[in-house]
Ligand binder design. Structure first.
Ligand SMILES: [Zn+2]
Length: 471
């Protein structure tokens, strides 16, 4: 099976030129001007952008949380991702208290078995190191292709770890070639503020933000950076939402420390005022960290432009507004925390980042594909268009106008954070390892086509044998 993508404007993190892409089997085998080859399928990409399939480093599919489970399973989440131009993601496999990591991975592999439409890997979320042997087991995971350890510094009484667990995990990572990821918020202080708010009768959705002030994110970000420095581990701060956490990351990077930060699409567009929308509509925007004061949006655009922040993810963690968010109708602390976004990342960042000139097209590709692939051991198989890379390709129509709406999305969730937003530019054809996933409005691929990817250790490249790891 071969595919020739003809005459498109090929944009990677580094390059921007008009040319042809020839795909033989699962990989890109030729790039050039007016290639003289025949192919089983020819895609005319004249006037279109040809981008690497995007990589989303932060999603939560089929995850039990907040007394319920995220509404998108692997198939519906992957369908939304594919229509959005995302062909690979790294989801969080969450260790339940008392579980071995092998048990947790078994549970998460079962969720994807036969259901995957795009390629995926897992981060391991460490929640409990109290049983004997856990640290030793954690050290074995990078060799199995699980090369990032995630820790929650918030959600007290649920996912939160103490500083000892955080620091011990960092020490393991320093020795094993894993990247440490932190959800940076001071969970103890937030827990106090939530209790005080509820005791005062403050139960509406916007108290979600008022009880998680930006200083609690800044404090935890700085704490994680300093502890990672002591342990000698590389650190990646997820979902940076505000100036208070951008600043310590900027300082660390200026010093040349191994610290990276990610923000998410929604933090550029949704601000605190959304939480105050009447009739419980504010609950749609209850995710963590919360939507911030609007002035943070410019801080974040500057941070992604100057490489203070190096990736834009979605933190897709979708709950129905009607039926799941309503668990917190009378108590904001019971609203399941999370928002959708897998489908609209490219449309929104292209429209409001690249088209407005805030970032270049090259930088857009770098933030949405290349940097996530490099940081999480997927590059150069994923995240670029190059000879030998997987033929994960998005043919993007930069002229097509689309109005984003829950009515037309592919996620199972019943709302969209960007409802009614008009964008110019959307994916037209999406390929995964040379196979067409999306053709216009149609999903062509069947569930099961997506593979598990054993990722390379931090700082190493992903090359060589392609092995499907099963549970
Ligand atoms: Zn998350």
């Amino acid at each position: 099976m071969s595919v020739l993508i003809k005459g498109g404007r090929i944009v990677t993190a580094a390059d921007d030129y008009v040319g042809d892409v020839f795909v033989d089997g699962e990989r890109i085998s030729l790039l050039g001007e007016s290639l003289d080859v025949t192919a089983d399928t020819v895609v005319d990409a004249t006037g279109k952008l040809v981008l690497p399939g995007l990589v989303d480093p932060h999603t939560h599919l089929d995850m039990p949380f907040g007394g319920t489970t995220t509404i998108d399973d692997v198939t519906s989440g992957h369908t939304a991702a594919a229509f959005g131009g995302t062909t690979c993601h790294v989801d969080f496999c969450i260790q339940a208290h008392g579980q071995t990591f092998a048990e947790a991975l078994g549970d998460w592999h079962a969720k994807r078995d036969g259901k995957a439409i795009i390629d995926m890997g897992f981060h391991i979320a460490v929640t409990d190191l109290s049983e004997p042997g856990r640290l030793e087991e954690l050290a074995t995971l990078p060799a199995q292709g699980i090369t990032s350890y995630k820790l929650f510094m918030a959600y007290k009484g649920a996912l939160m770890v103490d500083d000892e667990t955080l620091f011990r995990t960092m020490e393991v990572a320093a020795n094993t070639g894993a990247l440490v990821m932190v959800h940076a918020e001071n969970g103890d202080a937030i827990d106090v503020l939530v209790k005080e708010a509820l005791a005062a009768g403050n139960t509406a959705p916007h108290f979600h933000a008022l009880t998680r002030p930006p200083e609690t994110e800044g404090e935890a970000t700085n704490r994680a950076i300093q502890l990672a420095r002591v342990a000698g581990a590389p650190l990646y701060v997820v979902h940076v939402s505000c100036k208070e956490s951008v600043e310590p990351i900027q300082l660390a990077r200026e010093k040349g420390w191994d610290v990276w930060g990610e923000t998410c699409t929604q933090y550029f567009f949704v601000d605190y005022s959304f939480l105050e929308r009447p009739n419980f509509e504010g609950a749609k925007y209850v995710y963590t960290p919360p939507p911030r004061a609007k002035e943070n949006q410019d801080v974040l655009w500057n941070a992604v432009r100057t490489d203070t922040l190096s990736a834009i993810s979605t933190d897709h963690c979708a709950f129905l507004w009607d039926g799941q968010k309503t668990l917190g109708k009378d108590d904001f602390s019971k609203i399941p925390n999370g928002g959708p976004g897998l489908e609209n990342r490219l449309q929104m960042i292209h429209e409001f980042g690249a088209r407005t000139g805030r970032i270049s097209l090259n930088r857009m590709v770098e933030l949405l594909a290349t940097n996530p692939a490099k940081l999480f051991g997927l590059y150069p198989r994923k995240g670029t268009i190059a000879v030998g890379s997987d033929a994960d390709i998005v043919v993007f129509d930069p002229e097509k106008k689309v109005t984003i709406s829950a009515k037309t999305q592919h996620s199972k969730v019943d709302y969209n954070l960007y409802e009614g937003t008009e964008v110019t530019g959307t994916p037209e054809t999406v390929l995964l390892r040379g196979q067409v996933l999306v053709d216009g409005d149609e999903l062509v691929a069947e569930p099961g086509i997506g593979q598990f990817v054993r990722r390379a250790k931090f700082g190493e490249e992903l090359r060589g044998a392609r092995v499907e790891l099963t549970a």
